[in-house]
Write a protein that binds this ligand. Structure first.
Ligand code: I6G
Length: 672
């Protein structure tokens, strides 16, 4: 075998691992899928021809193998136990009292970790190589899901580093992150395929695939939270064990923290409860563990749970309630969305009385009717949704049940409605003559990430449209102080403030302006990519579809929407009016990827004084940097404000440069 062949295989492997890291961990693909597939095919061919070159951690070993007929049952060397639950700080006090009494100790160190809402798995490594993965099953025996777990991109196939025990069973949770779940379901809905109820079910369904090639396409991630059977030495504290696992390449929770005493546990719980909605994954509580293994051993177990750990649960994210009725809401693109009116219910920490039902297909899929008992899910900052109808409720047609009938006319303006070929949504064809669409367009235009017109809220927009003062977004810039002051609940002072913020919003940026135009499917990221590509608004609006499709993020559908927008005479008029009324932005001089920070990857964390994290990221991108949400060996620098926690720590561990806000601002100034 020639050296150049060995070198080619090594280079392909390194390249594929790099690309996979960009794709899965930084959500920032660096090459088209086709390039990835081609490199993978070449590596597969070489490994087929020279099997001696196959290594257990080769990317080819993750792609999934032929379907199994069933999962084999495997016995856990050590039973996989469950955890006792606590529902209040009083329950936590009781737990702490029991622990300290048994230990005869005053204060105790607790290791705190979020309890991920996913599927528990056990992964066995022998001499560092992944040899077995199993579900929890009944705790004593689980199912052998090795082929599926091997496809999870952040599960190391080989552990690296000093002191890896000859036999190591790692336990943890497999989840699908929220954003990936939403994307997965949106794609499934568009393709009329099975929609998952929640990320946990999607993760469980993905791990239960007999064909691991299907699992390989699911965005699963693993987080280790403990060890099971071990032959060899490990540190004597839970947090140190997890850190050791991390050194060997296993992902652990970046939120893990060790605290002293039960009051600090309450603080940790409250802090995570506040962050719960904005975390990248669903969590259903916090797990607190006595940190010292000697103390854990002394406390032992009671029935099927350790005495040294407890899970303090958060309010449920799914609860059942009654569907009282359905309203139809018209959005800015005319889409008519069925909105469920619910018997108010406490879910995910807030009282919910409305939930989206998406579209007619979704209603049919759920088989839901007015009067049914339904399961409502509220997780993260996603709008509450009805995810299922309570079993036993759908059969027959009781007098209390009523089918949901879609309107044949727009509920707002009475225009006809139409369903485009291949689309699940029904749209009002009234355009800006439909006041509901106009109001939604203005709400979007004025929103923070768009023109950011402070004080122009929903109620005021309703008034301005209903009173005929605003008939297009350009009219916002034609409003006068007497007109505003004459509105209900608007005094001189508020109207002056509003006029000042309208005036201030005239100075914007090209990406924000493009986003504000509300072109279908053009979100913030696409608007940024368009601005960086075209640099000028005119160039964007004149671009043919094939040029538009050359921009990151823009496919044929988005390109068609942009052309459709640009060709519409009313839109041309409004854009022209906005510019004539003084809307302006500084020139976009640097396309992403070029500039003084080109080829660098930044992570912004903690609280900044002078701007939001989002704005700081935008500044960095405008200087050519890439921005990422998590710290890895690829990160060039971390901008850390006060309160930066685990990301700062990880950067320190990896020796990555950390700058504070003052240093960073000075650096920007230096770059001009
Ligand atoms: O189900 C669990 C979730 C998270 C756990 C767990 C955990 O630690 C963060 N830890 C143990 C020891 C067990 N179940 C049994």
């Amino acid at each position: 075998m020639s050296t150049s062949l060995v070198e080619e295989v090594a280079a392909l492997r390194a390249q594929l691992l790099d690309w996979a890291e960009a794709y899965f961990e930084r959500d920032a693909p660096v090459v088209p899928d086709a390039d990835y597939d081609q490199a993978m095919k070449r590596l597969e061919a070489l490994e087929r021809e020279f099997p001696d070159l196959v290594t257990p951690d080769s990317p080819t070993q993750r792609v999934g193998s032929a379907p199994l007929s069933e999962f084999e049952s495997v016995e856990h060397r050590l039973a996989m136990l469950s955890l006792d639950n606590a529902f209040s700080s009083e329950d936590m006090d009781d737990f702490h009292r029991r622990v300290t009494e048994r230990l005869g100790a005053g204060d105790v160190a607790y290791c705190c970790e979020p309890k991920l809402d996913g599927v528990a798995v056990s992964i066995v490594y022998e001499h560092g190589a992944l040899v077995l993965a199993a579900t929890r099953g009944d705790g004593a025996r689980g199912e052998n899901i090795t082929a599926n777990v091997r496809t999870i991109s952040n599960v190391p196939l080989m552990l690296n580093g000093e002191g890896v025990p000859p036999y190591l069973e790692v336990r943890g949770e497999v989840v699908i992150p929220r954003d990936a779940f939403e994307r997965m379901n949106a794609q499934a809905r568009a393709a009329d395929e099975k929609v998952f109820v929640n990320p946990r079910n999607a993760a469980a369904g993905s791990l239960r695939q007999l064909d691991s090639r299907i699992t390989a396409r699911r965005p699963l991630t693993f987080t280790a939270y403990s060890v099971g059977a071990v032959e060899g030495d490990l540190p004597a504290a839970h947090d140190a064990i997890l850190r050791r696992l991390s050194e060997w390449g296993l992902p652990i929770s970046e939120y893990m923290q060790t605290v002293s005493g039960i009051a600090a546990c309450d603080d940790y719980y409250e802090a995570l409860a506040r962050q719960r909605d904005t975390l990248p994954f669903d969590i259903d509580g916090i797990v607190f563990k006595i940190n010292g293994l000697a103390e854990q051993e002394k406390l032992g177990f009671v029935s099927r749970a350790p005495r040294w750990a407890i899970a303090r649960k958060f309010p449920a994210q799914e609860v059942s309630t009654q569907l009282l009725g359905v309203d139809f809401q018209v959005g800015r693109t005319g889409a008519i969305t069925p909105v469920a009116r619910l018997e108010p219910v406490f879910v995910g920490g807030v009282t919910v009385s409305n939930a989206t039902l998406h579209n007619a297909d979704e209603i049919e899929r759920l088989g839901v009717q007015v009067g049914d008992t339904v399961v409502v899910r509220r997780a993260g900052d996603v709008i509450p949704q009805i995810v299922s109808v309570v079993e036993g409720n759908t059969s027959g047609s009781s007098p209390e049940r009523a089918p949901i009938i879609f309107p044949g006319q727009c509920p707002d303006c009475g225009s006809d409605v139409a369903r485009e070929e291949g689309e699940a949504v029904i749209r009002c064809i009234g355009g800006m003559a439909c006041s509901a669409q106009l109001k939604a367009v203005i709400r979007h235009f004025a929103s923070r990430k768009a023109m950011d017109i402070e004080g122009l809220g929903d109620k005021l927009i309703d008034q301005l449209v209903d009173d005929g003062l605003v008939g297009s977004v350009a009219d916002i810039f034609r409003l006068s102080q007497p007109q505003l002051a004459a509105l209900e609940r608007m005094g001189d002072k508020s109207s002056e403030n509003l006029l000042a913020s309208i005036d201030q919003s005239r100075s914007t940026t090209l990406p924000k302006f493009i986003y504000a135009l509300g072109i279908r499917e053009v979100g913030e990221a696409t608007a940024r990519a368009l601005a960086n590509h075209f640099l000028e608004l005119d160039a964007l609006l004149a671009a043919p579809t094939d040029e538009l499709e050359g921009v990151d993020d823009v496919g044929p559908i988005v390109a068609r929407h942009i052309r459709g927008f640009a060709n519409d005479n009313r839109n041309k008029q409004v854009v022209g009016d906005l510019l004539a009324l003084g809307v302006n932005w500084p020139p976009v001089t640097v396309a992403s990827g070029e500039g003084p920070l080109a080829d660098t990857i930044w992570v912004v964390t903690g609280k900044l004084e002078s701007m939001t994290r989002g704005d700081a990221e935008q500044r960095l991108r405008s200087l050519g940097a890439k921005t990422a949400s998590s710290v890895s060996a690829k990160t060039s620098s971390v901008l850390a404000g006060p309160g930066a926690g685990s990301k700062r720590k990880k950067a320190e561990e990896l020796g990555i440069s950390i700058v504070d806000e003052t240093e960073w601002l000075a650096m920007l100034e230096e770059m001009g």
